[in-house]
Design a protein around this ligand. Structure first.
Ligand SMILES: *Cc1c(COP(=O)(O)O)cnc(C)c1O
Length: 358
């Protein structure tokens, strides 16, 4: 389509003179740093936390660039991928003028970020079996639709959308196509990161919060061509990823094989749990999953949710979400945790069957 990045960017962002931090103006080797009003005497922690972190996370990006086979200039590192989502709104969407398109049921942050930024939200619901509805999508798009969010594998449904379908959307859409791959590591489908050079309007989001097991660090990525990443860097807070997060991430990135092992374990546990859940009469349907959770349609989501809480097991009740009536979203736990869940469900079912007889 007639994609033109220049026309999509908000005027105030084009005009902006980005904040210039002390460490950005001077990044060479020096003996004495008296430029950033840090505490030169240090901190109680006796580590290098008294210095501001690298605002462009160069060392982190070096490793990720090699791992993902992209250039450093094609990577944005954020305070969680939620930061990348918010920045997309601030770069592209004029409050009260522009809109974004989401495909519910999907990740809740897209709508929250839209509301915070006072940007309109259009919805093209997935089909009953959670596939993209291209007719609805194309009908919903108008000349002010700046962002289209596709979550794949999708949260909370767990299914992955075919790469070819997403790329067809990228071709036909004149705005920015955001593909949220938070769960891609658990999927049989390949990432779209390799396509960012062929699709100038494609932004791929990934996170270290799920497969990498680093939700507490708050690190996420946006991968896109370098023109789009340059916009992220203009708008982001200068020191958006802390020194602790950068150091810990560098250490974690050296242990990728460990992460790959846990992914295999989680996928194995997922299929085990699905098989065992099939034996419960309170389970009506288990949706196929390419993620580290399963969406389960039950006879009474509210009641089972509360029962599990009494058993000190917390799952996600999605019964009030579009197309998810009766559904619970269950994260795959360790073998012990999954066993606890199954035991609790057995207990629920025994009680339920008794009350049914009376
Ligand atoms: C969990 C999740 C994220 C992760 O957000 P972070 O801010 O990186 O922790 C992003 N997108 C989806 C769809 C998620 O489920």
């Amino acid at each position: 389509m007639n994609f033109n990045l220049e026309n999509l960017v908000r005027e105030n962002i084009k005009r902006l003179t980005p904040y210039s931090s002390a460490r950005k103006e001077f990044s060479g080797a020096a003996r004495v740093f008296l430029d950033a009003n840090e505490n030169s005497f240090g901190s109680p922690l006796k580590r290098n936390y008294h210095r501001y972190p690298d605002s462009l996370q160069t060392e982190v990006k070096e490793i990720i660039a090699e791992m993902e086979n992209v250039k450093q200039s094609e990577i944005f590192v954020g305070n969680g991928s939620d930061e990348a989502i918010d920045l997309l709104f601030r770069i592209f969407c004029r409050p009260r003028k522009d809109n974004v398109l989401i495909c519910p049921p999907t990740y809740g942050m897209y709508q929250v970020a839209a509301e915070i930024n006072d940007v309109g939200i259009k919805r093209a619901n997935l089909t009953a079996d959670f596939q993209l509805d291209f007719q609805r999508i194309n009908q919903a798009i108008d000349e002010n639709t700046k962002l289209l969010f596709i979550c794949s594998p999708n949260n909370p449904t767990g299914n992955v959308h075919a790469k070819s379908e997403i790329l067809n959307l990228a071709k036909s859409f004149g705005g920015i196509l955001v593909v949220d791959e938070a769960y891609i590591h658990f999927s049989s489908e390949k990432s779209l990161v390799g396509e960012i050079n062929d699709f100038p309007n494609l932004v791929v989001l990934q996170t270290f919060s799920k497969a990498w097991g680093l939700a507490g660090l708050r690190v996420g990525l946006a991968l896109a061509n370098e023109e789009i990443i340059a916009l992220f860097n203009r708008v982001k807070p200068p020191y958006n990823v802390s020194q602790t997060a950068q150091e810990a991430l560098i250490e974690a990135l050296k242990n990728k094989s460990e992460v790959e092992k846990t992914i295999v374990e989680i996928v194995f546990e997922r299929e085990e749990l699905i098989e065992k859940l099939k034996g419960f009469s309170c389970v009506l349907k288990i949706y196929p999953s390419d993620a580290n959770f399963v969406l389960v349609k039950t006879t009474n989501a509210e009641e089972i949710y509360k029962f599990l809480l009494d058993e000190q097991i917390v799952v996600r009740n999605r019964t009030n979400v579009e197309l998810c009536a009766g559904c619970l979203r269950i994260t795959i736990g360790t073998p012990d945790e999954n066993e606890s869940l199954l035991k609790a469900l057995e207990k629920y079912q025994k009680l339920y069957e008794k009350s049914f007889i009376y």
